[in-house]
Ligand binder design. Structure first.
Ligand code: DX5
Ligand code: ZN
Length: 214
């Protein structure tokens, strides 16, 4: 399992210390949530903070843009040093173009789906994308409860990926913990994002190791 702890749940007053903890952990990536107060009802952090994170992190950054018009910011995300740029399907009128631009910029291209968005909408683009992020909560906040319907979406998406020969990995974001993580692993998830489950744990590194072992 690929594990991507979500920095949204970290201590923003001591980000460097949390990044050091992640550097010394078994996590694979660091998940960074960008919110604009328009696509989602919250505002989180922007490019200068992401740049500071990449400069301190030994792990690749997985940037999840919960913003309208994400196509405007491909070069800005690239300039932060992030490796993966994920945009929401609901925010992209010309998704194929955005995915191409992300790849042309030398990053891996991810497409995120809100809980109400069917995976069937990916049928004609699945061969082009590197990662599909299924939201298992309504985006905007950490610490929400996992929506169980996500498990069926993982199974459907896994079938679509196998049938098409796509190399896309399936990432799940929201309400991931030991219990939901196990169910997601069984359903066919490749990447688990975890915010509260990691950062609110007594031993965050042990929590990461547990998720990694699923
Ligand atoms: C929610 C964000 C998530 C969030 C997950 O809008 O996309 O990445 O940090 O937090 P938990 O794991 O606490 O649900
Ligand atoms: Zn996220």
């Amino acid at each position: 399992m690929i594990v991507s702890p979500s920095i949204l749940s970290a201590d923003f007053g001591h980000l460097a210390a949390d990044v050091e903890m992640l550097n010394a952990s078994q996590c694979d990536w660091i998940h960074v949530d960008v919110m604009d107060g328009v696509f989602v009802p919250n505002i989180s952090l922007g490019f200068p903070v992401i740049k500071a994170l990449t400069e301190n992190s030994k792990k690749p950054l997985d940037v999840h843009l919960m913003i309208v018009e994400p196509q405007k910011f491909v070069q800005e995300v690239k300039a932060t040093g992030a490796k993966i740029m994920t945009v929401h399907i609901e925010a992209c009128t010309h998704l194929h173009r955005v995915v191409s631009q992300i790849k042309q910029a030398g990053m891996q291209a991810g497409v995120a789906l809100n809980p109400h968005t069917p995976v069937s909408l990916l049928e004609d683009i699945i061969g082009e994308v590197d990662l599909v992020l299924l939201m298992s909560v309504n985006p905007g906040f950490g610490g929400q409860s996992f929506i169980p319907q996500t498990l069926e979406k993982v199974r459907k998406l896994r079938q679509m990926i196998q049938k098409s020969g796509s190399h896309a990995v399936i990432e799940i974001d929201g309400g991931v913990n030991r219990e939901t993580g196990k169910l997601l692993a069984e359903a066919g998830a490749d990447v688990l994002v975890a915010g509260n489950a990691v950062f609110k744990a007594n031993d965050p590194q042990a929590e990461i190791s547990f998720l990694k072992s699923l």
